[in-house]
Design a protein around this ligand. Structure first.
Ligand SMILES: C[S@@+](CC[C@H](N)C(=O)[O-])C[C@H]1O[C@@H](n2cnc3c(N)ncnc32)[C@H](O)[C@@H]1O
Length: 287
């Protein structure tokens, strides 16, 4: 399905009731760019964490369908009555390219189950080509979400963060009800930016960082496996060198200890003491 079609179908959705005012929580250019990104990179397996009404998930599912097939998992902890991913799936006819995953405990529990399912012999087989994260906007939740997604992204896969520059204070009209118990620091810190700057950009397996849409969206790509194994090789090489140096150090220390306990060393020490007593220059002083 091309972008014009999915966009037109989403726009024609009639919200039953007074809330929400709109199903579009991202500006049109950002939604169009996400579609274009999935289409141009020929991505097939996607995930949205914090899918809300399901608008962006439907757009990504349409792009995946246009790429020839795959799936987008739309994950949230709740289903809104008047508009939700199931309703938009039916309305837009994106079909089973969209899969809805509602986990009341939150997406990190969904991801934990998925990692467990994908794990054999302590190795997690990655499944996603891309992930769009637009959920809690909180350091602890989304820091963990990134760590979990990193395991599930295929080498070369992408993660996109919405709302890098977003703070919880004032984010919704009733923000006090939902976030009023938080500290000023939590309310006023752009926590998604914290995740992006402190975890994503410093993660050895991620590269190709870009911030777009006026500082709103952050992009990163998981390195190809050959690049990851090159980095792993370097780390292993450094670890080997450290182990060798430690072994060498232990050997030298043992040798010094043995020398110090030898008859020769004791004789040398006595001789030095004697020289000192007689006020003769010691070897150390002559040097
Ligand atoms: C800004 S809305 C998402 C908008 C949506 N991404 C879009 O593009 O239309 C944030 C959503 O994240 C969900 N959310 C927040 N924390 C979550 C968590 N820990 N687990 C699952 N969903 C979460 C909320 O329920 C809400 O629906």
């Amino acid at each position: 399905m091309d972008f014009a079609t999915i966009w037109q179908r989403l726009q024609s959705y009639e919200i039953g009731g007074f809330w929400p005012e709109s199903i579009f929580l991202l500006p049109e250019d950002a939604i169009a760019d996400i579609y274009e990104f999935v289409a141009s990179h020929q991505l097939h397996w996607g995930l949205e964490l914090g899918c809300g009404f399901g608008t962006t998930s439907c757009v990504m599912a349409a792009a995946v369908a246009a790429n020839g097939g795959g799936k987008v998992v739309a994950c949230d902890r709740q289903l809104y009555e008047s508009v939700n991913p199931y309703r938009l799936q039916e309305h837009t006819q994106v079909g089973d390219t969209l899969e809805v995953a509602i986990e009341p405990l939150g997406y990190n529990w969904y991801l934990a189950d998925l990692i467990a399912k994908q794990t054999q012999d302590n190795i997690c087989t990655p499944i996603f080509d891309f992930c769009f994260l637009d959920g809690a906007h909180q350091w602890e939740t989304d820091g963990l979400a990134f760590a979990l997604v990193a395991k599930l992204l295929k080498p070369g896969g992408w993660i996109v963060f919405d709302d890098l520059n977003f703070v919880l204070r004032g984010c919704i009209p009733n923000w006090r009800e939902e976030f009023g118990h938080l500290s000023d620091r939590e309310l006023d810190t752009p926590q998604v930016e914290m995740v992006y700057e402190l975890l994503v950009k410093q993660h050895p397996d991620f590269t190709d960082f870009a911030i777009t849409h006026g500082g709103r969206m952050g992009w990163a790509r998981k390195r190809e496996s050959s690049q990851i194994s090159a980095t792993e090789q370097q780390v292993k090489h450094l670890q080997n060198s450290i182990t060798q140096l430690q072994a060498e150090l232990l050997h030298q220390q043992a040798m010094i200890a043995a020398m110090k306990s030898s008859k020769f060393w004791r004789l040398r020490s006595s001789w030095l003491k004697m020289k000192k007593f007689l006020h003769l220059p010691t070897t150390e002083e002559m040097v």
